[in-house]
Design a protein around this ligand. Structure first.
Ligand SMILES: [Zn+2]
Length: 323
């Protein structure tokens, strides 16, 4: 993945490119932003550019020995610290400190990525401070985190912040279709469903959440058991995603009922089915249905019996759609 192929994040990329071009790189960057928007990808692409032996303007060449080693995860001047179990441990941070203290093996720089930096426990973060306080001149550190609240202030204050926002729906759509081969109608629904997170959209897609939701909707429309839908929902996280997708269907119903036009629909492909449902349900029943789904999500988060929670929800939703 070249630095120039990252989708979205114009400001963050512009900032990093300008720093690269001017030669005034910070010693440490903190990439901040929601999960699944491309921070880690950008960090790896930036590392490739920083280590490239024959950069072309503001992009790594992707052909030199250095670029190939980065792509293969085998560059001796690039280290990526990831959690071992739940945490990035102090031993790993100490070892990384020794790594950045040495001269580069091949190029002009060494790059250390912490992904995610908030996986460091307090001890590990303190060990990292030493590296941040006494920077080796040729080192660039990239810390990745969703927000600053889970990092010690002493670490945050020593880093240059680079903020990544949620991906715009059109950027997410491009990414899903072009990079991941998602069919356009599904990509259109996912890009509006997933709060600008490619990671979340791909989880939805891979779990088949949209198909499951449609099964669920069919089951809701008849007085039948939830067995079929539940058989495909193996765990709570997936059940919660399914409930979110279901809530968005009712949200679409509400939008269609209030403004009568499909312009505001999150899932335009569902327009015909929504039109039919719209004729049957009053606004108050739609709002109550959203309440039922929210309560079910809460119950499942609180570890209620999933089968029971879904059955209860089904009965309530069926009643609301048939009164
Ligand atoms: Zn190169």
């Amino acid at each position: 993945m070249s630095f120039n192929e990252i989708i979205g994040h114009k400001e963050a990329l512009g900032f990093l490119k300008a720093a690269y071009e001017s030669g005034r790189l910070a010693h440490a960057y903190l990439f901040l932003g929601p999960a699944g928007v491309g921070k880690a990808r950008t960090a790896r692409a930036f590392a490739q550019l920083l280590l490239c032996g024959r950069p072309r303007g503001q992009a790594a060449c992707r052909a030199c020995g250095s670029c190939r080693k980065v792509a293969a995860g085998q560059h001796p001047d690039l280290k990526i610290l990831e959690p071992d179990g739940e945490f990035i441990k102090i031993e790993a941070v100490r070892e990384a400190g020794r790594f950045v203290g040495l001269k580069p093996y091949e190029g002009r720089r060494k790059v250390l990525i912490l992904d995610p930096a908030h996986a460091m426990n307090e001890e590990a973060a303190n060990a990292l401070l030493k590296t941040l306080e006494e920077p080796a001149p040729s080192t660039v550190l990239i810390l990745i985190a969703e927000n600053i609240h889970r990092l010690p202030g002493t670490v945050v204050s020593r880093c240059q912040r680079v903020v990544f926002g949620a991906l715009a729906p059109e950027d997410l759509m491009t990414l899903l279709v072009e990079r991941h081969g998602v069919e356009r109608p599904a990509a259109a629904a996912l890009s509006r469903l997933c709060d600008g997170s490619a990671g979340e959209a791909l989880r939805f897609y891979e779990d088949g959440v949209l198909a499951q939701r449609d099964t669920l909707l069919r089951l809701l429309s008849c007085d039948d058991s939830m067995k079929e839908a539940l058989a495909q929902v193996p765990d709570r996280q997936e059940a919660l995603r399914l409930l979110r997708a279901l809530a968005l269907w009712y949200r679409d119903l509400l939008a269609l009922r209030s403004c009568g036009s499909p312009a505001l629909l999150m899932h335009p492909a569902g327009h015909a089915a929504l039109e039919r449902a719209c004729r049957q349900m009053e606004t108050s029943a739609i709002l109550q249905s959203l309440g039922v789904i929210a309560q079910t999500s809460l119950d499942i988060r609180r570890h209620a019996n999933m089968r029971l929670a879904f059955e209860q929800m089904r009965t309530q939703l069926w009643t609301l759609s048939h009164r």
